[in-house]
Design a protein around this ligand. Structure first.
Ligand SMILES: C[S@@+](CC[C@H](N)C(=O)[O-])C[C@H]1O[C@@H](n2cnc3c(N)ncnc32)[C@H](O)[C@@H]1O
Length: 260
């Protein structure tokens, strides 16, 4: 089932990476992701899938689900309820039992049909940076979790952007890592015509966001390519060597937080 939530427009407020360009960017992103040498296929999705574990009988919500292929796979692997939300609405035809909703991950409780609905797993896979208010978005997601539920959140290593920008600007790593001004970013492999506005963040920014949202980190993973994949796709190992890849966090609610 594909539905459009009326609150979908207008994301990308101050303090977040702007999400508006995704209406245009999503097709290029999905094409790049589908390539057999994409880092999503080689590194990220296998590691995300491993962290999720057995999803049989679980209710799963994928916030910023892209075309919905990952949540559709989880439904095929036994998830009892499978919901994907994305602002771009560039969805695959959903298999039976999968709901794909156009909506804003900044406030999941206001997406049609989600208020008060419990989820065992909530995913923010390379989508969290687009939340209008990151702490508020995580608090809202936390309140939708079942008692033993968790959030799986992945974000690009902040060092990657610092390395790229220090190369571009002829500056030092530290200058770029600790910069606070938003910067314009074009993703060569997705669509060079589309610019994303990104806000720099440091590791402490990220960790403090989790604490402020009333979450604790159960597991952190920095997934790398297997030796076999590295041998097969040395150009992708070179990217990992230069820019490190992404961070993955399993986040659980701190007990005693308001609303828990
Ligand atoms: C880098 S892609 C990641 C897609 C998918 N989670 C994956 O792992 O392949 C970021 C996704 O976030 C979506 N997005 C951006 N801003 C959003 C917002 N405010 N609300 C919901 N989705 C958003 C984009 O449309 C895009 O599909």
């Amino acid at each position: 089932m594909v539905t459009k939530d009326s609150g979908a427009e207008g994301a990308g407020a101050v303090g977040s990476d702007s999400s508006r360009p995704w209406q245009t960017l999503s097709a290029g992103f999905e094409q790049a992701r589908a390539r057999e040498d994409s880092l999503d296929r080689l590194v990220e999705w296998p590691a995300q899938r491993a962290l999720l574990g057995d999803v049989t009988g679980l209710a799963v919500l994928d916030a910023g689900c892209g075309n919905g292929a990952k949540i559709a796979q989880l439904a095929g692997e036994g998830a009892a309820a499978s919901v994907g939300v994305d602002i771009s609405a560039n969805f695959v035809a959903p298999p039976p039992g999968v709901e794909l909703i156009q909506g804003d991950l900044s406030d999941l409780a206001s997406v049609a049909g989600l208020a008060g609905r419990p989820f065992d797993r909530i995913l923010f896979l390379q989508s969290f940076g687009y939340a209008a208010d990151p702490v508020q978005a995580l608090r809202t997601a936390r309140d939708l979790l079942t008692d033993d539920g968790f959030i799986l959140l992945t974000r690009t290593q902040p060092i990657r952007y610092a390395v790229e920008r220090s190369e571009q600007n002829g500056t030092s790593l530290g200058e770029e890592y600790f910069a606070t001004e938003s910067f314009v970013y074009r993703h060569r492999n997705w669509d060079e015509q589309v610019t994303l506005t990104k806000r720099p963040y440091t590791m402490s920014d990220l960790l403090n966001t989790f604490s402020a949202a009333g979450l604790w980190i159960e597991t952190t993973v920095e997934p790398q390519m297997s030796a076999e994949a590295a041998e097969r796709y040395p150009h992708k190992q070179a990217v990992m060597n230069a820019y490190l890849g992404i961070l993955m966090f399993v986040l659980r609610p701190l007990s005693g937080q308001p609303g828990r």
